[in-house]
Design a binder for this molecule. Sequence first.
Ligand code: BES
Ligand code: ZN
Ligand code: ZN
Length: 498
Amino acid sequence: MEFKIDREDLISTKSDVALVGLFESEESGSHFINASDGHLNNNLTSLINEGEISGRFSKITLLHTLGLLASKRVMFVGLGKRAEYGITQVKNVIGEAARAINKINCRTVSIDVISFTGNLLEEETVTGLITESFISGLYVYDRFKTEKVACNIEQIAFHCEKSNSRDVARGESIGSALNVVRDMANDPPNFLTPTKMSEIAVDIAESIPNMECDIFSRDKLTSLGMGAFLGVAQGSVESPKLIIMNYAGDPGNEKNKISLIGKGITFDSGGLDLKSAAGMRSMKGDMAGGATVIGALKAIGELGLKLNVLGIVAATENMPGGGAQRPGDVVVAMSGKTIEIDNTDAEGRLVLADALTYAVSQGSDQIVDVATLTGAVRIALGDKCVGAFGNDTDFTSLVIDSGMKVGERIWEMPTYSDYKSQLKSDVADIKNTGGSGAGAITGALFIGEFAGDCSWVHLDIAAVSNANSTKGYTVKGATGSGMNTLISLCEQLASITR
Ligand code: BES
Ligand code: ZN
Ligand code: ZN
């Protein structure tokens, strides 16, 4: 699929389909309709009056122009009410339209960009969002299908005055990074092992000029004293990997730096505290946080953001092999803290503990971790938003605000220190579970114990990382949620320090 900018008038340009947005109750005011209705013998006005063409949100109307317009077809897509229009709406209607266009075998698409602008969404932004959503809406996971799913769309032309190829390139970077995240989380766990995940990160880093990737295996993790991470890994025959992606976007400015840390459990069986069959079924996706970090680094590098980003993914399986850690074991984390393993299924916080300590040791003072950490976050918030937990109100607000700018909803949860009493251990400094009540909070507080003096935010994406059905730009399976927030946050940080 190739995207291009076209300054020619849409109405006189040939294509298989012209894509036009319409606001609800403003259909007859549409610039495209007014300019083309005459050529179509005023049939558009009649169809609007009959309610056939409508701007109702997500309503798609396909018309054949039978030689009366340069485009063979026109697809109208409803944008809903102007007052409710925003980033999420653009992304969702384009996702739907992209699949509808692909289904009818159109090869060339011309887009009336101006018809998709509104409410602070300028041509430039809309061009990027449309590009991103064509890519994300048409996503299919077919790695293991003998018959691959073909994409029929070959060329998408943006008819616009102000947007340029940089806006398109931005959308392409973000959309394709999102699909890389989705691929990893959809990959079967016997394919996407920690080693495979580290190879993907290395390949990405090699394609970006100022990015390096280090991979730490068992020996190095042992010499660093990462007892919490290694304890989780010891039940598996797969080698654990600490993936470290270092992007130097502002090399002379050490202060302009953030660490992004992801939970990379490539399969979570629960360990000796074995999950039920139903609970284990979706656990190939327990590395979604790690994939999100790798995808974000790819896009951040391609966009050339002016800041330094340390991406860290703690990748391992959590298995109940003969060498597995036991409930009751005590491990020593890299920070020196001793941890009682109360439940081997609370493994995410253990691997993150050492990843955070490593980030702190690298001189980071801002850390965001992303993790499918708890089932409890779904009980608290459902699957319509991400839970955020932090130790610095301003930084947490910045992260939440960054999500809002890209249509990702994040809700701040409390981290009152008296919840920490639930993590008291009789035998060690801390235990890895907090008992019943506030499970998402005690999970977060455990991680926060390893953030040192850094400003830290934990994003629990357990409830939003997988979708049951395809709708808008979301495709059934791994969603890639959270990646856009990380990119947006880095863009904001880069602009603050500029
Ligand atoms: N990976 C799970 C959390 C999870 C659950 C993610 C459902 C996605 C969907 C995590 O490692 C886990 O098992 N957490 C336990 C913690 C408990 C033992 C304190 C949980 O949530 O039950
Ligand atoms: Zn678990
Ligand atoms: Zn897990």
